[in-house]
Design a protein around this ligand. Structure first.
Ligand code: GDG
Length: 474
């Protein structure tokens, strides 16, 4: 079995002393790295006076971790700048929020080049390399320029937009050309795969060969949807264990006999947090008999606080929340509870299990793992109802949720009313098939499927043409 090298912006080193359990993705990657005696390379998360030229190596069990420090200029231009102020909003269809600067773009390319140089010194000829996410799109191209011929795959965790949208970002055609140096590109959904293919064909003249293969010159790349899953047993176990946690007990007591509606997101404008609060307000206005009988809890840990658009979102959320609670609250009842602190994963699971409704309404999301975690945490005998945005990748797999347009406040308000009034038999009927899908397509299935496809041989053009023209078997 070839050794696996995982590359991602941040590296998650297992820490037995950590208070919060690692996320599902870290668990899956650790699993697949252990079974391939692998190496995980990326940014340490630290800013140093001088950026690293060589990584610091840490060994844990059969896995090696290789960590690079960034200078403060690198962090600003590569991470906060181009990745999070230009690529992130554009990929989420928010071109009005995208802030392109040539200095940031140069910093993004510089960090990718320096990562490639440091990584090249560690890679063996038969290693398989798996790169993650939009911070590192040009990495394969930089590695190829250093002469590496290894099998290299890339997984894109966020949406891939249409050519009309991505084409607004300066430099996007260079990024598309750089993508062609991957052997395999994985995206969350078929819609993302279709958009990426259209970008490559329309913008840089690639030739589609099959629905999952494009060519440009002598380069060939496969594109496929691999919907990322979650660690079903791990999340379920945590949700059950944390039922008696202090925070969960307090929440249960404070609720009294009220129904709980839960939402959990990083504080990010792609998640539709103010829009969701306004939809809840609309629900309370349209259904006055529900006032005092339902509580909405929004957990939204602060994220990317040094990016100005996130500070602006934080102000907008506080204003919306204050206005709604001021307008509709009553003595003894606050309609919306809001916290920007991160809770332990197991506590989130227990709160999901306690809640009657999971409100997952991003304006755009690659997958959205919270939707999956909500389903998995439910009591099979008395499950809550998931309300899910049609613009989350998860909606492609969780069609039994109440699917809504997150920008339509009346539609979301009506879905909240329907969810609260839904019969037990209907709730079970909707929950069972979603749970079955999540069990089958869990995070280990996802990692295995990607690795199987990456290590599969792609036929050379001549070989393929010969096969396509061969007589059908008798
Ligand atoms: C990107 C893509 C794609 C949230 N609050 C707390 C907490 N969380 C955890 C959730 C969930 C994770 O963070 C968030 O994952 P999402 O998928 O919802 O969103 P992104 O962070 O934007 O992730 C997304 C994902 O990559 C994977 O491919 O699905 O579309 O945008 O697991 O539970 N965890 C803890 N405390 C919190 O307060 N411990």
């Amino acid at each position: 079995m070839p050794r696996l090298v995982v590359v991602s912006n941040r590296v998650s080193i297992p820490d037995p002393a950590a208070k919060t359990a690692a996320g599902g993705l870290a668990v899956a990657l650790k699993d697949v790295l252990e079974s391939h005696r692998g190496l995980w390379f990326g940014w340490s998360g630290k800013v140093a006076a001088q950026p690293s030229l060589h990584p610091t190596i840490i060994e844990k069990g059969s896995v090696q971790y290789a960590l690079m420090d960034l200078s403060s200029q690198d962090r600003q231009e590569y991470y906060s700048g181009f990745a999070n102020r230009a690529l992130w909003p554009t990929m989420h269809y928010r071109i009005g929020l995208s802030e392109f600067s040539r200095a940031d773009y140069a910093g993004y390319l510089r960090v990718n080049r320096s990562f490639a140089r440091a990584l090249a010194g560690l890679v063996r000829p038969d290693d398989v390399i798996w790169v993650h996410d939009y911070h590192l799109i040009p990495l394969a191209s930089e590695l190829r320029q250093l002469g590496l011929q290894n099998r290299i795959g890339y997984f894109h965790h966020i949406p891939w937009p249409s050519p009309e949208v991505l084409g607004t970002l300066p430099g996007s055609n260079d990024l598309l050309r750089a993508m062609m140096d991957y052997d395999l590109v994985g995206v969350q959904t078929d819609r993302d795969a279709d958009n990426l293919r259209r970008n490559l064909v329309q913008e840089i003249g690639a030739t589609p060969r099959r629905s999952d293969l494009v060519e440009l010159g002598d380069k060939r790349m496969r594109i496929k949807g691999f919907p990322v899953g979650i660690d079903v047993e791990g999340f379920q176990g945590g949700a059950l264990r944390a039922g008696s946690h202090r925070l969960v007990r307090q929440a249960r007591e404070a609720l009294d006999s009220r129904s709980l509606i839960m939402a959990v997101d990083r504080l990010d404008y792609s998640k539709g947090i103010p829009e969701r609060m306004e939809a809840f307000e609309r629900f309370l206005i349209n259904n006055p008999e529900q006032r005092g009988r339902v509580t909405f809890l929004q957990v939204a840990p602060t994220s990317r606080a040094d990016v100005p658009e996130y500070a602006q979102l934080s102000r907008q959320v506080n204003e919306t929340l204050g206005r709604i609670n001021g307008d509709l609250g009553e003595p003894g009842w606050v309609p919306i509870h809001y916290t920007t602190s991160a809770y332990p994963r197991s506590v989130l699971g227990a709160l999901f299990r306690l809640s009657r409704v999971g409100l997952v309404t991003p304006l755009r999301d690659g997958m959205n793992l919270v939707a999956k975690e909500y389903v998995v945490a439910q009591d099979p005998a008395d499950p809550g109802v998931l309300i899910l945005s049609k613009f989350a990748g998860a909606a492609q797999q969780l069609g039994e949720a109440l699917i809504v347009n997150p920008s339509d406040k009346v539609e979301v308000a009506d879905a909240i009313r329907d969810a609260l009034g839904m019969s037990l038999s209907e709730r079970i009927r909707r929950w069972r098939p979603m749970m079955a899908t999540l069990k089958t397509c869990d995070v280990r299935w996802w990692a295995d499927a990607f690795m199987r496809e990456l290590t599969r041989r792609t036929p050379a053009p001549a070989e393929r043409e010969a096969r396509e023209h061969a007589a059908p078997p008798a």
